[in-house]
Design a binder for this molecule. Structure first.
Ligand code: PHE
Length: 462
């Protein structure tokens, strides 16, 4: 027999949990890096347009499917749209599974850097230490990384095990406020640095001659990743919203906060980088570079109060990653509970344990085990980690998102969607007709453009 469905304890709890899912390594690790690669301004503007024109409408669509059906992605899409659409949900569950497996590896690094920075703050930064060398050492050490990502997985499982209200919501209520406080402190400190002006110009002054076609696609692909769209994470979280609460306001808040944090993260990172002479040339070599190679050292050499802010920063990264890994695991767990009739404790352990097998394979793919590190399915993406990341960002999320927009825009009736979105709590800025137009035309065409570009022009935006 199925148990009654759990619900969020409050609207604020729901918004915090969903915002926690959205804010993660996508904001702190990936966004600054791709903004750097794409020369700032124009890319940031495009990203903002994608968030508003594609991300926000799809966020509302995923939440509404979940709330309407009170089911996790597979059952929800079957019920809301049609029997075959269960496969779109299954695709999302698979994507969540894949993303969590490699995401936990990067989350594990953040734990290590937290511990290390605490050590340096207490005992002093070792003279002559090159944090770049440290990073290379860490990623080559498969055992250490397996332990770190294993710890992270245990924390994730530990939260999801306790369910929606006593697990996920409670952690989000604690983590999110801490995260905001740390970020505001860091932004405040960044803005006092010499390089802050240059950083702001880089981020906010658009120069369209610098923007390459690949950047347009990257902005769109990242808007899915950062908002947790395409895996059904938001369908799942929406399914725990009781029917009397406004989705539109919640969607607006989640998207606004996620975007704000992404911008804050770039301000922090670029202010530091522009302050240090010669740093701009050094950044960029590797994707993980900024967060784990350039920044740690700078906390001890440049950033005012870096001794306190350094460890705080890595704590922030770890907490932000945790509220995202929780949502990824919850997608998989809710599938086993709703579709396979498992009890939550068992579903959590089975999912977490089996995902961790792939986490270890990813952790060993930075050189520790040559066979896992060198094979190449996608051009230029060698090893398990890079392959999974490429597959998830380039294929799984955009395809899942495209199918969801088509399903909601074209196969759900106007009455069905309008009834979910419009009620007396709907804010004045929301216009249902505009939303439907974006769902039917703008979002699917934009997403189809990404996929066609990847398939026919081989554009890479992972
Ligand atoms: N949005 C998360 C981030 O920015 C990642 C994520 C993707 C989480 C898909 C859930 C689903 O880090």
């Amino acid at each position: 027999m199925s148990q009654p469905r759990e619900h969020w304890g409050s609207n604020v709890g729901f918004i915090l949990a969903a915002t926690g899912s959205a804010i993660g390594l996508g904001n702190l690790w990936k966004f600054p890096f791709i903004t750097w690669e794409n020369d700032g301004g124009a890319f940031v503007l495009l990203y903002l347009i994608c968030i508003l024109g594609v991300g926000l409408p799809i966020m509302m669509a995923e939440l509404l499917i979940g709330r309407k059906t009170q089911k996790s992605p597979v059952g929800a899409l079957k019920e809301a749209i049609g029997p075959w659409w269960g496969w779109v949900g299954a695709w999302g569950v698979m994507a969540g599974y894949v993303i969590l497996s490699y995401y936990a590896v990067v989350a594990g690094w953040s734990l290590l850097y937290f511990v290390r920075t605490v050590g340096w703050s207490v005992g002093g930064f070792p003279a002559g230490l090159q944090t770049g060398d440290l990073f290379v050492e860490v990623i080559g050490n498969g055992g250490l990384q397996s332990v770190l990502s294993g710890l992270f997985m245990v924390a994730t499982v530990g939260v999801v095990y306790f369910g929606v209200h006593s697990g996920i919501e409670r952690v989000a209520r604690v983590c999110l406020p801490i995260l905001f406080v740390i970020l505001v402190l860091l932004v405040g400190s960044a803005l006092t640095m010499e390089g802050a002006g240059e950083a702001l110009v880089f981020i906010f002054r658009p120069n369209f001659s610098e923007l390459e076609p690949g950047g347009i696609l990257e902005a769109l692909g990242h808007s899915f990743f950062t908002l947790s769209l395409g895996t059904g994470a938001m369908i799942t979280y929406g399914s725990y919203v009781s029917p009397d609460r406004s989705l539109v306001k919640a969607a607006g808040a989640i998207v606004f906060l996620d975007t704000l944090i992404a911008i804050f993260a770039t301000i922090i990172m670029f202010s530091v980088i522009f302050t240090v002479p010669g740093m701009t040339e050094q950044v960029g070599g590797s994707t993980a570079g900024m967060l784990f190679i350039s920044l740690p050292q700078l906390f001890y050499e440049v950033v005012p109060f870096g001794v306190a802010l350094g460890p705080m920063f890595y704590l922030l990264v770890a907490l932000a990653a945790l509220t995202s890994t929780i949502s990824l695991l919850e997608v998989v767990v809710s599938y086993f509970i709703d579709e396979r009739g498992m009890a939550r404790p068992r579903a959590t352990l089975v999912s977490g344990g089996s995902i961790f097998v792939f986490t270890v394979l990813s952790a060993l793919s930075f050189g520790a085990v040559p066979g896992l590190s060198n094979f190449e399915i996608f051009d230029g993406k060698a090893g398990v980690f890079a392959t999974l990341d490429h597959f998830a960002s380039n294929w799984a999320l955009p395809l899942g998102g495209l199918l969801i927009t088509l399903g909601v825009g074209w196969f759900m009736t106007r009455e069905a969607t309008e009834g979910e979105l419009v009620d007396e709590t709907t804010p004045g800025w929301f216009h249902y007709g505009a939303w439907r137009f974006f769902m039917r035309y703008v979002a699917p065409l934009a997403v189809a453009a990404i996929l066609i570009a990847v398939i026919f022009f081989g554009v890479d935006f992972s």
